[in-house]
Design a protein around this ligand. Structure first.
Ligand SMILES: Cc1cc2nc3c(=O)[nH]c(=O)nc-3n(C[C@H](O)[C@H](O)[C@H](O)COP(=O)(O)O)c2cc1C
Length: 145
């Protein structure tokens, strides 16, 4: 059966100044704007920040996902945006998240240590499927917390 929902996964390099206050303020802005736009666009997903990189899953109708990705690629707060996957899906992995954010709190750092040996903590060395599963696991933990 043809699916009309797509999942897009990419990673990028963080260009936001590394001091905590500036970074937190920028992420707050990105999330506030994303949640507004994504609700309008029927997009759900999650954004991961780790080791100077972002990784993001966007899921929704192909046209709005592609339009969001176009805007995201032009954003100067990050760069080297690399598309890892764009596939039709039967079910959303993040049905309740207009855009969830997973930063580097301790529990997550430990989780990253588990996959660290294979990825070197670097999203650029993970596949789209691995990023999707990782974000999904972390999102479930976050919802349960
Ligand atoms: C790491 C990162 C993730 C982003 N994620 C989204 C997103 O999920 N949805 C979205 O609309 N904009 C997202 N943005 C913001 C877009 O780049 C852009 O600023 C915004 O979509 C512009 O919206 P506007 O045209 O309504 O002003 C993201 C930006 C960055 C740097």
């Amino acid at each position: 059966m043809a699916s009309s929902i797509y999942s897009l996964v990419y990673y990028s390099r963080n260009y936001i100044a590394s001091d905590e206050t500036t970074f937190a303020a920028n992420v707050d802005q990105i999330l506030a704007k994303s949640r507004l736009n994504n609700q309008r666009d029927e997009i759900t997903g999650a954004l991961l920040f780790n080791a100077g990189c972002f990784a993001q899953v966007l899921e929704g109708p192909l046209d709005t996902v592609e339009a969001a990705f176009e805007r995201i690629q032009q954003d100067e707060r990050h760069g080297d945006v690399s598309l890892l996957a764009l596939n039709p899906i039967e079910h959303r992995s993040f049905p309740n998240w207009a855009m969830g954010f997973i930063g580097t709190s301790k529990i997550h750092a430990e989780r990253f240590a588990d996959i660290g040996s294979s990825s070197g903590f670097d999203p650029s060395r993970l596949t789209g499927d691995e990023i999707n599963s990782l974000l999904r696991e972390l999102a479930i933990e976050e919802e349960a917390a």
